[in-house]
Design a protein around this ligand. Structure first.
Ligand code: ADP
Ligand code: MG
Length: 228
């Protein structure tokens, strides 16, 4: 038997608020670095787009505190749908699918979260038409989805599974520095993007990092010191 039936795949009840607030803090802190990457290898607006999304999020959370996982992640979706650029609608649709992981009022279990992340990847690729290797957020998300699915199938505990997914996302985001953009406005600068990580892929690394923090007991802060 390869799977341990006793492994508890339940995720914490407070997954929604823990994930969204960890990500909010990480994106606010990383906005200058993400903007800098987009200036060096894009059109320079990504930092402002992240800031606008986080302002929208704060407004969403102030107007009514979400009640459950779905509500929290939906607030993040709405926040991004109100942002321009290519990333706004793509992240908005991604979080809308991530929010669907849970039934009413419940946090998803690990398998449902993995499936929702996969659905989020599919919607980004459907509308953005980027493949792995095109130097986009998909490059960080795709290997995280694979790592999460494999860890879940191997019966790993949620914290361990998400730590593996975060590592996969960070490694792949770092790898985007070697890629030439074929999507988004970074594609206009072509080879000058070499050596600079893709900011959307870095942001996606923070997303998976925030999931890890939300699931781990004493998960600490989202690691962002690798973004430079
Ligand atoms: P824009 O490229 O329109 O200036 P942003 O600056 O808001 O958009 O976001 C840039 C990020 O969006 C890129 O770093 C990349 O990860 C992601 N991105 C751009 N185009 C696509 C696409 N077609 N599919 C997936 N992700 C994309
Ligand atoms: Mg841009």
């Amino acid at each position: 038997m390869t799977r341990s039936p006793s492994t508890d795949t339940t995720l914490p009840d407070d997954l929604g608020p823990a994930f969204v607030t960890a990500l909010q803090g990480a994106l606010e802190d990383a906005a200058p670095a993400l903007g800098d990457l987009d200036r060096r290898a894009g059109d320079g607006d990504f930092g402002d787009n992240v800031r606008t999304a986080m302002k929208n999020l704060a407004r969403e959370l102030e107007s009514a505190e979400p009640e459950d996982y779905r509500g929290w992640v939906t607030a993040m979706s709405r926040a991004w749908l109100g942002v321009g650029g290519t990333s706004g609608p793509l992240f908005g649709m991604f979080y809308r699918d991530l929010a669907k992981a849970a039934g009413d009022g419940e946090a998803p279990d690990l398998g449902a979260l993995a499936e929702a992340l996969e659905a989020g990847q599919a919607v980004i690729q459907k509308y953005g038409e980027a493949e792995v290797g095109d130097r986009t957020m998909v490059d960080a998300l795709a290997p995280a989805v694979v790592a999460l699915r494999e860890a879940a199938q191997a019966g790993k505990a949620p914290a361990e599974a998400l730590a593996a997914a975060e590592q996969a996302a960070i490694e792949a985001a770092r790898g985007t520095a070697e890629l030439t953009a074929r999507r988004g406005r970074a594609s206009y600068v072509g080879e000058t993007a070499k050596g600079v990580m893709d900011p959307g892929a870095c942001a996606m690394g923070l997303v998976v990092g925030a999931l890890r923090v939300a699931v781990e007991a004493d998960g600490g802060e989202v690691a962002a010191d690798w973004i430079e």
